[in-house]
Write a protein that binds this ligand. Structure first.
Ligand SMILES: [Zn+2]
Ligand SMILES: [Zn+2]
Length: 251
């Protein structure tokens, strides 16, 4: 399509083919009813507009027609050349007649709609950012709560392990204390027997010694029996105190 546009308020008028910028400006003056257009003003036009020539560059002829099928402006030679089979031509002067008004209206509307679309999209993206920020805060709170409940659970497990360990220690300690005091009593009995034995051998008559020794022998063998029984029952085995952790607690 021949790009005669009204773009962002910049007026595009029909440009005649000239070799220099000065020549183009002279032509523009004619088009605009001898209005003055400065070089500065002209240079403000975007380059894709400045590059548009108003005559056919290939044939150096004036554009007289517009091919609807190709959307191209054509000179008489173009029609013979590229548009041999084309049938639908408009006179170029008519195509350009109301170009200012129609281009201005339709394109301004298009750009307004496009701008609105971008504004809506920017608003949407900003609202998404707000939402995901809220999501992040919610998730952080959930992580903190999870951490707190894990801590609480670990405290409970630790307390149970410590309580169990203390209870087991107390049980063994009481048993050992009891055995120890029994042993202390046995020690005293043995010391007493030792004492009897030395006195008997020093002061008793032979028969008394004989009978007395047999009695002492019996008492001593009872104490040996007591110790043997303790060992047999495993009461003197080495006990190791330790905590057992279930495998899912180990890291
Ligand atoms: Zn041509
Ligand atoms: Zn054509």
């Amino acid at each position: 399509m021949f790009p005669m546009l009204q773009l962002f308020g910049v007026q595009i008028v029909r440009l005649f083919f000239v070799k220099t910028v000065k020549g183009i400006i002279e032509e523009l003056k004619l088009q605009r009813g001898h209005q003055t257009i400065s070089l500065d003003e002209y240079m403000k036009l975007p380059s894709f507009i400045v590059d548009i020539k108003s005559r056919c560059e290939k044939h150096d002829e004036k554009y007289d027609f517009y091919c609807r099928f190709h959307g191209d402006p054509c000179c008489v030679k173009c029609i013979k050349d590229k548009h041999k089979d084309c049938r639908d031509f408009d006179p170029f002067v008519e195509v350009l007649r109301d170009i200012k008004t129609s281009a201005k209206v339709s394109n301004l509307e298009k750009f307004n709609i496009l701008l609105e679309n971008f504004e809506t999209t920017v608003k949407y993206l900003k609202s998404r950012i707000t939402t995901i920020q809220e999501n992040k805060t919610e998730s952080l709170n959930e992580i903190r709560n999870l951490r707190a409940s894990i801590n609480e659970h670990l405290d409970e497990i630790e307390k149970k392990l410590v309580d169990d360990l203390s209870a087991e220690y107390d049980k063994i300690r009481i048993k050992y204390d009891h055995l120890t005091s029994e042993m202390e009593n046995k020690k005293k009995s043995i010391q007493r027997l030792q004492n009897y034995f030395s006195k008997i051998t020093l002061y008793a008559a032979d028969l008394q010694i004989y009978v007395g020794l047999q009695y002492l022998e019996k008492l001593a063998s009872e104490e040996v029996g007591y110790l043997t029984e303790l060992q047999r029952k495993g009461q003197l085995d080495e006990i190791r105190l330790e905590s057992k952790f279930s495998s899912d607690l180990k890291c």
